[in-house]
Write a protein that binds this ligand. Sequence first.
Ligand SMILES: [Ca+2]
Ligand SMILES: [Ca+2]
Length: 483
Amino acid sequence: MIRKVVLSFLLLLSLVGCQKEVYDSDVYYEIFVGSFNDSNNDGIGDLNGVIEKLGYLKSLGIKGIWLMPIMESDTYHKYDVNDYYKIDSDYGTMEDFKKLVKKADNLGIDIIIDLPLNHTSDTHSWFVEAKTHVLNGTCDTSDKCNYYNFSETQESGYEYLVNNVYYEARFWSEMPDLNLSDENLRKEIEEIVNFWLDTGIKGFRLDAILYYYQNNVGDNNEFVSWLMDVIHNKKENAFVVGEVWSSNNVILDHYNSGIDSLFDFGISGQEGAIAKAINSSNGKYLSENVLSNFNQIKSINDKAINSIFLSNHDQSRSAGYYNDLNKQKLAASLYLLSPGIPFIYYGEEIGMKGSGKDENKRLAMLWGKENDANNPINSDYPSQINSSVKLQEKDKDSLLNHYKKVISLRNKYIVNKNVNKYEVDNQNIFALDYDGIIVLINLNEDNVIVNIDKKIIGQIGDSKIIGSNLDISGYGLVILEDR
Ligand SMILES: [Ca+2]
Ligand SMILES: [Ca+2]
């Protein structure tokens, strides 16, 4: 009898689950494993190092981790995979990885991994075999030669191989582009995807989608749509976020593939919408912008959701251009309280800086302990010993503690709610309505008074209700509901 009741209860729960129209909008955290935390003192961050910091990540309030590539590779950044089934030995073993997935899951934290499919390393066995065929003049459309794109003439984006044969390599001669139309290659990709989903991960971050078919959106979408079917057939609630580093329109067009999410490059970076809003103290512009992006995506695929961020591993770190603490806090408040899935780039929460060459954007996380990981070889950006986690944890006004406060407000009040416009008669104010919970952020450094008859249920700053007016402190953040 009890069993039957439990079963019907479970059935009811699953029915409610099916009818769910809102989306998961938990905060993710992007980690470059090699620079994050070193567990065995060889100077390179590793998977056990990530395990050691799960408590830290939990206390930050995040619910998901994006690991930059962890598969076997010849480079420090590991975007050129030479074995899709192995963990790079710098980072540890498959056992370490499975332990990480399990321990994270116990804390309610999902893991997604970077999946570079546009290209492999030139040391991948597929390319080595193809090269042998090219050398012997034995290429056939059913062998590994067809996994890549070869040509007898030098086309743009092609590199010389041997015997007057060229191969497509858009990013670098050591990263040959894959021919994603090959049926046998697609079978291999299906196996790779299933292999990783079996480890218990939540899903993937797809690298360089724009280059799958070199800016051909239709062909890119055909491949991504095929891949989404493969992934969702294996794991219904998998989450896949993709990189289409391009204009808003091109990004939007890629939502026609049925992908769960794409990064919103238009709001990120030094020239992006968040920076524009902060530089002009125009909160109204930003709330309209994030709402419009969010709704445009829903109009293409109502299950899809925007992924928002300040900067990632390819961009100058945001603390370099939000160069005072108040602006760093303001930028954090704005994107962490916007609709979509916020992705924090490791170290952003302590104001780490880094620009110029890629290595400088991926410096060692400043834990403030004896054995922090080494910076990537070839980086030449000065370290900032004053911004360590250890120091900021002790300072209640630190950027780190601000991130914790804002994420906890997000988790408490706005996660998975519907979002609408909220009119405030002052253009300094960023304003959104999450099912009756109103979020206001003041982009003016001075107080602003607006006419709002509600009560404050959460805030950062010292805003006050005075009669039917709200006095919002400079850069203040307020969460309101009806009296
Ligand atoms: Ca290590
Ligand atoms: Ca390509």
